[in-house]
Design a protein around this ligand. Structure first.
Ligand code: GLC
Length: 420
């Protein structure tokens, strides 16, 4: 492995360099030709393993796209690209920030990775961190103002969670009648096998929700009046809770006040507790009906990353290790919904594994953390830098030469990451 991993490290660095468009990376050429929010934060973590300056630049470009409201968009459309749909003209948010963008956000992993980048080289990082700090606080405040239901963070569009077609949204999506959505041409299915992508029914509703946002000019207060889609999400809630803890630590480092940040942490802890269903599993809640989804998704296992212990989830973790050679599946293996190829309805995602693994290690579950890291290492070493993987046999799926899979390799899965 040791010879091999050096060359895999080189490939991973080459992917980050190759996907670099000057201050930001694209997730992969073709399928995703712009800057995506949480992809960029992972990219920064990857770059930090060999180029600190470039790591900071990635985060700085992301936050340069922040809206005056504090929201940091899920896509920044730096340069027009006809190969992607829905582009800036569909979102209609060209004038909201300094860069044309989408109108929704994505899981706020940025403060956590800013901390990780800072820790790699505190002296070089201090001024860069200081310049970003207020922007990160403003973004977290925006979540607490506009996406919090008693501290449970909800999404207003499936894309906001970063888990586009997860079964967690099925009930809420089914309640939408995408009337008047009109004709449009998808581009994703010309890059990737349609069996690995969301369905047409899903897409109609994704676009319908975008059209509604555009109609309301992406005005937070107008959008909040009646929400056709509102699902409390473990991805968002756990990731924001964790990022908020990191932000408080960064406030201490910089000598900034952390009082407001700590008040959010307390609210988020209360919200996270609400995500526990009757069976003790952390899942999503359709806030329109109050129904817990009952789904064990990869996001359910982010509890440790958020600093929360759960025996029920530890038991689920053991089951996940037994159920497939390459966990953690995005939806539980053996259930009726599980589909090993279709995006967030079964496949394994290296980025989520990295977050789960870090959380497990920090909460004292070292053997489980190490097992997950070794399985993810084997998965990437054997099957390449795919967007996601079939948990049953490791087959690569979706796009290739993927930025965040390369980043996770360098920062966490590679044997070289142990030394860092
Ligand atoms: C897909 C993923 C999302 C990611 C984006 C770019 O939409 O579901 O999480 O950010 O692709 O990689």
């Amino acid at each position: 492995m040791s010879q091999d991993h050096i060359s895999i490290d080189e490939q991973a660095r080459a992917i980050l360099r190759g996907n670099d468009r000057g201050g930001y990376t694209v997730p992969t050429a073709g399928l995703y030709p712009y800057q995506w929010n949480w992809d960029s934060a992972f990219a920064a973590w990857g770059f930090a393993q060999f180029d600190i300056d470039r790591a900071w630049a990635e985060l700085e470009t992301l936050f340069a796209g922040q809206w005056p409201s504090g929201m940091v968009p899920h896509i920044l459309f730096h340069k027009p690209d006809p190969g992607y749909f829905p582009g800036p003209d569909v979102w209609g948010a060209q004038d909201k920030g300094t860069t044309p963008s989408s109108g929704i956000s994505q899981p706020p992993v940025a403060a956590s990775f800013a901390r990780a980048v800072y820790e790699k080289d505190p002296a070089a990082g201090e001024p860069r961190l200081r310049a970003l700090f207020t922007r990160m606080v403003d973004w977290h405040r925006w979540f607490m103002d506009w996406r919090s239901d008693g501290g449970a963070i909800f999404i207003t569009h499936p894309w906001e969670a970063g888990r586009d077609n997860a079964p967690d949204w099925d009930e809420a999506m089914a309640a939408i009648d995408p009337v008047g959505v009109g004709e449009y041409t998808r581009r994703d299915t010309s890059h990737v096998d349609p069996a690995m992508r969301p369905t047409k029914e899903d897409y109609d509703r994704y676009i319908w929700l975008v059209q509604r946002g555009r109609r309301l000019d992406w005005d937070d207060a107008a959008l909040a009046k009646d929400r056709p889609f509102m699902v409390a999400d473990p991805t968002m809630t756990f990731i924001l809770l964790r990022a908020n803890r990191d932000l408080a630590a960064l406030a201490d480092l910089l000598g900034e006040d952390r009082g407001e940040i700590d008040s959010w942490t307390a609210r988020l802890e209360a919200g996270a507790a609400r995500l526990k269903g009757e069976d003790g599993v952390f899942d999503a809640i359709n806030l329109t009906t109050g129904h817990h989804t009952g789904n064990v998704s990869c996001a359910s296992f982010l509890c440790w990353y958020a600093g929360l212990e759960s025996d029920v989830m530890l038991d689920e973790l053991r089951q996940a290790f037994d159920a497939s050679p390459y966990p953690i599946p995005s939806h539980k293996v053996g259930t009726e919904i599980f589909n090993p190829k279709r995006y967030w309805r079964g496949p394994t995602w290296a980025i989520i594994n990295a977050l789960i693994g870090r959380g497990l290690a920090e909460m004292g579950h070292k053997p489980e953390a190490e097992k997950l890291r070794l399985l993810t290492r084997e998965l990437i070493a054997r099957h390449g830098f795919a967007e996601y993987f079939n948990p049953l046999n490791g087959d690569p799926a979706g796009g290739g030469t993927f930025t965040w899979t390369a980043a996770v390799w360098l920062a966490w899965a590679s044997p070289s990451a142990e030394a860092s």
